[in-house]
Design a binder for this molecule. Structure first.
Ligand SMILES: NC(=O)C1=CN([C@@H]2O[C@H](COP(=O)(O)OP(=O)(O)OC[C@H]3O[C@@H](n4cnc5c(N)ncnc54)[C@H](O)[C@@H]3O)[C@@H](O)[C@H]2O)C=CC1
Ligand SMILES: O=C(O)[C@@H]1CCC=N1
Length: 300
C-alpha cells in the first residue's frame, strides 16, 4: 500500500537506521524528495541496502556543502529526521540547523535517538517547531520495525499522523506516552540483539548435536519467525502456546526445566530493565555535552 506523504524529508545520519528509513520511505512514497546528510562522501563500493535508489537522493556532505541546493529551504510540510548517535546530536544540530532550519517556517523535527527527550530537543529549536520522538528498530531494514513514537507537549496531533506515516513505511507503529519510550527502547529498540543471541545459541545447540551450521541456523531462524507469527496471529498468551508444544513427559518439558534452572526469563527481564535504565541515563550524557558546549561558547 502506498503511503500518502509529501514534501521533503531530510535524514541526518545515513548509518544503519538512516539507510533503513530511506529505503522504506522510497519504496512506499512517490511524492517525497529525500535528502541525506552525513559526515562523509558516499562510498559507491559500500554494501548499502540494495533497493535504495541513489539517483533519487540528494546527498549533503558534512565537509562539503557547496552542493546544497539553494531551494533547500524547508517548510511546515517538510520533515527532518535525526538518525545520529546520541553523542553526535549536538554537533549534528550545530552543523545542520543553520542550513535546514534557518528560515521562518518550522519543519517537523523527528529524533530516533535513544534516551533524548523531546524537551531537550526543543531547547535547540524554536518552541514553535513541532518535535516527535520515535524508537524504531533495526528490522526497519526489512519493513518489520516495531516503532513507538510520541509528540512533545507543544506538538499537535497532525504531526503525530505524519510521523506515523513515516514509520509505517518500515513496519508497525504505536503511539505511546513519552515516559514509556525508554522502556520501549529497552524492549523493542534493543530487542533484536537479544533475539540474535538466542538464534545464534539455538543454532550452536544444533551444531553441538551434529547438525551442519547452515541447517542449524536456518532451522533456528525459521523457528523464531514461526513462533513470533503464531503469537501475533492467534493473540494467545505465549504461555498457552508453549503448553501446546509441551507433551507431558516429552522432550520440551525437559528443555524448559533446563531453561528455568538457568534463569532464562529473569535474565531477559533484567536485560530489558537495564537497557531501559541506560536509555534514561543517555539524556544526561547529551545534556552534559550541551552544558559543556554552552560554557565553551560563553568563554569565547
Ligand atoms: N541501531 C539500532 O538498532 C537502532 C538505533 N537507534 C538510534 O538511531 C541512532 C543511529 O543509530 P545507527 O544508525 O545504528 O548508527 P550509525 O553509526 O550506523 O549511523 C550514524 C550515522 O550518523 C553519521 N553522523 C555522525 N555525526 C554526524 C553529523 N554531525 N552529521 C551528520 N551525520 C553524522 C555517521 O557518520 C553515521 O553514518 C542512534 O541514536 C540510536 O540510538 C534507534 C533504534 C534502533
Ligand atoms: O544500542 C543502542 O543504544 C541503540 C538504541 C536501540 C538500539 N540500538
Amino acid at each position: 500500500m502506498l503511503n500518502c506523504l509529501s514534501g521533503k524529508i531530510v535524514v541526518i545520519g545515513f548509518g544503519n537506521m538512516g539507510k533503513a528509513l530511506v529505503r522504506g520511505l522510497q519504496c512506499r512514497n512517490q511524492n517525497i524528495e529525500i535528502y541525506v546528510c552525513d559526515r562523509f562522501e558516499l562510498n559507491p563500493n559500500e554494501d548499502y541496502p540494495r533497493d535504495i535508489d541513489f539517483n533519487k537522493l540528494t546527498y549533503l556532505s558534512y565537509n562539503d556543502l557547496k552542493n546544497v541546493k539553494s531551494n533547500l529551504r524547508l517548510s511546515e510540510k517538510d520533515s527532518v529526521i535525526f538518525c545520529v548517535k546520541p553523542q553526535n546530536f549536538l554537533e549534528a544540530v550545530e552543523r545542520w540547523k543553520p542550513i535546514l532550519l534557518g528560515g521562518e517556517s518550522h519543519p517537523l523535527v523527528i529524533s530516533i535517538l535513544a534516551g533524548v527527550p523531546t524537551e531537550l530537543i526543543h531547547k535547540y529549536f524554536s518552541n514553535d517547531c513541532p518535535v516527535i520522538r520515535c524508537m524504531p528498530n533495526i528490522a526497519s531494514t526489512v519493513d518489520c520495525s516495531a516503532s513507538a513514537l510520541c509528540a512533545s507537549k507543544r506538538t499537535s496531533n497532525n504531526y503525530l499522523d505524519r510521523a506515523k506515516h513515516i514509520f509505517d513505511s518500515v513496519g508497525k507503529t504505536w503511539v505511546v506516552n513519552e515516559d514509556q519510550l525508554d522502556a520501549v527502547t529497552g524492549l523493542s529498540g534493543s530487542g533484536p540483539a537479544y533475539i540474535y543471541m538466542i538464534i545464534e545459541a539455538l543454532s550452536d545447540g544444533g551444531v553441538k548435536m551434529g547438525l551442519s551450521r547452515q541447517l542449524s541456523l536456518e532451522l533456528a531462524t525459521q523457528t523464531v519467525l514461526g513462533a513470533a507469527k503464531l503469537v501475533q496471529e492467534t493473540r494467545l498468551h505465549p504461555a498457552v502456546l508453549r503448553d501446546q508444544v509441551t507433551t507431558p513427559g516429552g522432550t520440551t518439558i525437559s528443555a524448559i526445566h533446563e531453561l528455568e534452572k538457568h534463569g532464562l526469563r529473569p535474565m531477559l527481564i533484567s536485560a530489558v530493565v537495564t537497557a531501559t535504565e541506560k536509555s534514561a541515563s543517555l539524556a544526561q550524557l547529551v545534556e552534559r555535552k550541551i552544558i559543556k558546549s554552552n560554557s565553551d561558547t560563553f568563554k569565547e
